[in-house]
Unconditional design. Structure first.
Length: 454
């Protein structure tokens, strides 16, 4: 099996416990302590465990040399390595999951699992920020949410925290269930479910079922599930009682958000009013979800309000860059139809007479047989908007966005690749403009920001 490897190393905080677990799994009494675990040969430090895994292009065992052998405390590989420090196992991925699962059983804290199509990382970061005002919190860093990076994250936790917050991602059938089998979440939240990364699924229902495995796991563990009432794809059993609801459409929900004053920079959730650093529907949805969870766990409104003051979007997820009278909204981390539509809708709040709004959009990848219809749907969506001045598209699939826009007030340009649009923009006067830049990871849209806006 090919793995999406995240280049990472974790420091082991509970060294004696992890050492004991590894010794049991490999049936060998380890003499020396292990300081960390790395899956990247370039990040190995003294007395680390190096798990030599199969990557997309090569195998980790190929990078084992004398320097690495002098550094490591132990190597685990599913390929033979001629060294007394190396132990061969049947499958490195199974080994990693097994030791993480064993270590999770030693953790007495509550585990919060977060998944969804969009907003996972930002919602997780807000939840962590809120909970840390009252509790000791372990959490997965960045977007370490995969079959490799989530178990690694768990192995870097300490045992004295009150809560553990884990982001869970999936690119094919069954992966959320597998992650839940490792993490055993007591609390779950699904931000939303929409069409994205469909290449790894039989159909959209398979994607929905994969995400909903978090709910199934939480109910199995007799935990609490936080339900987004506004997403029709998230359906739960009426018979399960430990559910907290949130919504901006249904005032009967446990946590109801009034978004009517976003333009003025405030949001009201139940009776609490919060000042918004970002006048953004996307940010408000993430805030509603994270507030619902943190408030339910006893975090008070003043701590939440103070935590919002210096919050910043993770890089590439809507962070704002100012260059004189030019504004660049970096939403380049990834893209699907729902996140494109919500990101573009936010621009309505930013429209003013002195600045044009320009969309720079790359292909939405991994959509399988639905790709052309979803790109066409995006074009039709943009066509009905009255606050967009120009649309610049990059890539073959995005031509279907252009083909579905006939609004005479919108200037259209299609570019075959990133270099073409970079060359074009570098010859333009980009002042007095708001640029919204978004596309799938494989389109490398962030290069536009680097090469044009420095």
């Amino acid at each position: 099996m090919l793995l999406r490897i995240v280049f990472m190393r974790i420091e082991i905080k509970e060294r004696a416990t992890v050492k004991k677990i590894i010794s049991k799994v490999i049936n060998l009494d380890l003499k020396s302590s292990l300081n960390g675990i790395s899956i990247d040969s370039r990040k190995i430090e003294k007395n680390d465990l190096f798990i030599a895994m199969k990557g997309k292009r090569c195998h980790g065992s190929e990078f084992v040399n004398r320097d690495i052998l002098n550094k490591v405390g132990l190597i685990i590989s599913d390929k033979f390595i001629d060294s007394p420090k190396a132990i061969k196992v049947d499958d490195c991925s199974d080994f990693l999951k097994k030791i993480a699962c064993n270590f999770r059983d030693k953790l007495k804290m509550k585990v919060v699992g977060i998944t969804g199509t969009n907003g996972k990382t930002s919602t997780k970061e807000l939840i962590v920020r809120f909970l840390k005002t009252k509790y000791k919190v372990n959490y997965s860093k960045g977007n370490h949410n995969s079959m490799t990076s989530l178990p690694l994250s768990i192995l870097g936790f300490n045992c004295d925290a009150d809560y553990c917050v884990l982001e869970m991602g999936a690119s094919k059938n069954g992966e959320i269930e597998e992650l839940c089998n490792i993490a055993k979440p007591n609390i779950g939240l699904i931000t939303n479910i929409s069409k994205s990364h469909l290449d790894g699924y039989k159909d959209f229902n398979s994607l929905v079922n994969t995400k909903m495995a978090l709910y199934e796991s939480v109910t199995k563990n007799k935990g609490t599930f936080f339900l987004n009432l506004d997403d029709i794809n998230i359906e739960v059993q009426d018979s399960y009682n430990d559910i907290v609801t949130y919504s901006y459409l249904n005032s009967q929900s446990d946590y109801f958000a009034d978004l009517t004053k976003i333009q003025n920079g405030t949001i009201t959730i139940n009776e609490a009013v919060f000042n918004l650093k970002y006048k953004s529907y996307v940010f408000s949805y993430n805030l509603l979800a994270s507030y619902s969870l943190a408030s339910s766990l006893g975090v008070d409104n003043s701590n939440i309000s103070n935590s919002l003051f210096d919050f910043s979007f993770p890089k590439g997820r809507g962070d704002i860059i100012k260059k004189g009278n030019t504004t660049i909204i970096d939403d380049t981390y990834n893209a699907n139809l729902a996140s494109m539509q919500s990101g573009i809708l936010n621009l309505k709040l930013k429209k003013n007479k002195s600045q044009d709004i320009v969309l720079i959009l790359g292909d939405m990848l991994d959509l399988g047989k639905d790709s052309l219809s979803l790109h066409s749907e995006l074009g039709k969506y943009i066509n009905g908007l009255n606050f967009i001045d120009s649309v610049y598209c990059v890539g073959e699939q995005s031509s279907y966005v252009i083909k579905n826009i006939d609004n005479q007030k919108i200037n259209l340009q299609l570019f075959k690749d990133i270099n073409s649009i970079i060359n074009f923009l570098n010859k333009q006067d980009n002042s007095n403009t708001i640029f919204y830049i978004k596309g799938s990871r494989g389109m490398y849209m962030e290069k536009i920001i680097e090469k044009v806006f420095n």
